[in-house]
Design a binder for this molecule. Structure first.
Ligand SMILES: Cc1cc2nc3c(=O)[nH]c(=O)nc-3n(C[C@H](O)[C@H](O)[C@H](O)COP(=O)(O)OP(=O)(O)OC[C@H]3O[C@@H](n4cnc5c(N)ncnc54)[C@H](O)[C@@H]3O)c2cc1C
Length: 466
């Protein structure tokens, strides 16, 4: 089940997008907009209630953590970037996973590789500033200022020393609670936002961090790791995902969202064990809620005030556990650790062109920005790939490597993909059955007859649109 309701029952989304004519028109209009025309626009400024009541929006916002007040510009990039995956949204077939959690599957091997190649890591270190010389159209980083274990230090730089700054971080100032303690919010900008703010004060080309980190109420959410400790909860999981969670293969395949949850909660189990050291009888569930400031359906308080036990109780209620067993199972059959991430949705804040610095700002001699808050063409944030792409771009540019950065996947320029996506968005209806957006209207009126016997007609047939 991609969605549930009524305490563990099928949410009856039935793989459908339920997008009406008006909502279809709004999606196509967004797709056809220029990026510039969406400067600072929010999603709720380009979509109406027609769109927000669709299953499409339920799948979309729960899978990607979009809120109505987030960036329409980024929403458009997502639609274009993942258009070939639209058909996989309702059943999660679009998703791929690493074998274990991403720290063990990606970060540790990379760290080992880098160490073996002479990279020195400095832990407990915060870069507090980078002194720069900005004059005559040139921007040169001169000195790194940092504190290590609270002690100040500096690194002097020449023009042949390159500085790659990850400006901003969505996990900055995150704080953990535990089974019996809520995760307390930490509103400090921390090292990553602190450094970006310092740099931004030196030159407008270094971007506007406050656009992303300046409104924590719009960027925070609480998530939790729920570890089940015995055989009492797994049958409820199996009932919903129809797979044995201990089988060692993908379990839910992506998040399961609870349609009628006040918190709009979602949960997921990847392939188990998710951590190499996990006990054989344990399952690790990731849980998050999109609405942070409203009381739950079972636990009558907002998730931000909840202990791990209370979060587990709300989850078990929506899993269909009988109410007289919920407390006991939450306390004794789980270990639940909440985390408050004040900036987790900051990638999605409404932005205008220029709010993120270019990977290599104009005139920069030895300073580049990498990660999801550096500007690169067409790629979408909240992805590891964005960080990899900007890092490649930064290195190839500053070090003059004569090699192209692979293009962001270009499926939105493939007419076959566009036609198939259109059919999927229309829940399989033919173009003759719906009130058409203008391009398709034109196609139907003028084009279809003329197209007969051509490969355009063949493509339309193959896509299922006629
Ligand atoms: C809950 C969640 C789910 C996600 N799901 C997916 C997914 O399914 N697929 C996907 O592709 N991506 C996903 N992402 C996004 C992806 O994890 C991030 O985009 C990616 O990890 C960012 O990597 P990064 O190295 O650019 O930045 P970060 O991981 O933020 O790393 C930056 C590092 O630099 C450090 N730093 C910054 N400034 C300073 C300073 N001044 N001094 C010292 N240190 C500093 C920070 O402490 C941090 O360690 C998810 C993220 C989250 C939080």
């Amino acid at each position: 089940m991609r969605a549930t309701q009524n305490q563990g029952q099928d949410g009856k989304t039935d793989g459908k997008f339920t997008i009406d004519d008006q909502a279809t028109k709004e999606i196509i209009e967004l797709f056809l907009s220029t990026e510039e025309s969406l400067n600072d626009k929010k999603i709720n400024e380009v979509f109406s209630e027609h769109f927000f009541k669709s299953n499409f929006w339920l799948y979309w916002r729960t899978m990607f953590a979009f809120e109505e007040w987030h960036s329409a510009m980024e929403m458009r990039r997502y639609i274009m970037r993942f258009i070939h995956h639209l058909g996989g949204l309702p059943d999660l077939s679009a998703l791929k996973f690493t074998k274990f959690n991403q720290y063990e599957s990606l970060v540790l091997p990379l760290v080992a590789h880098l160490k073996a190649n002479g990279v020195q890591f400095m832990y407990n270190t915060v870069v507090t500033d980078i002194e720069t010389d900005i004059s005559a159209g040139r921007k040169t980083a001169k000195k790194i200022l940092y504190t290590q274990d609270g002690k100040a230090g500096t690194i002097n730089l020449t023009e042949n020393d390159f500085v790659f700054v990850t400006n901003g971080s969505i996990t900055e100032s995150s704080s953990l609670g535990d089974h019996k303690t809520p995760a307390k919010i930490n509103t400090s900008p921390g090292g990553s936002w602190g450094l970006w703010k310092k740099l931004a004060s030196k030159d407008p080309a270094f971007g506007k961090p406050d656009k992303f980190c300046g409104d924590i109420d719009k960027t925070k959410f609480v998530s939790a790791t729920i570890t089940t400790l015995d055989d009492k909860i797994p049958p409820y999981i199996e009932k919903i995902c129809k797979r044995d969670p201990f089988a060692g293969t993908v379990v839910t395949g992506g998040i399961v969202s609870v349609k009628d949850s006040n918190w709009l909660l979602s949960w997921t189990l990847n392939r188990q064990p998710h951590f190499q050291k996990q006990g054989k009888n344990e399952l690790v569930v990731w849980f998050y809620a999109l609405f942070n400031d409203v009381p739950g359906n079972y636990v009558k308080k907002p998730i931000t005030e909840c202990t791990g036990i209370e979060i587990a109780e709300e989850w078990l209620y929506h899993m269909g556990v009988p109410e007289n067993q919920i407390h006991d199972l939450a306390v004794n059959s789980t270990n639940t650790v909440p985390v408050m991430m004040p900036y987790v949705m900051s990638y999605f804040m409404p932005r205008a062109l220029g709010d993120r610095p270019l990977v290599v700002p104009e005139g920069s001699v030895n300073l580049a920005f990498i990660g999801n808050f550096a500007e690169t063409e067409r790629d979408t944030v909240f992805t590891t790939e964005y960080s990899v792409r900007t890092a490649m771009e930064a290195v190839y540019t500053l070090l003059n490597v004569d090699r192209g950065v692979p293009e962001t996947f270009a499926s939105c320029f493939d007419i076959r993909v566009l036609l198939t996506a259109t059919r999927q968005l229309l829940d399989g209806k033919k173009i003759t059955e719906i009130k058409l957006p203008f391009i398709l209207q034109w196609l139907e009126r003028k084009g279809l007859d003329k197209a007969k016997g051509t490969f355009v007609h063949e493509m339309l047939e193959k896509s299922g649109l006629i």
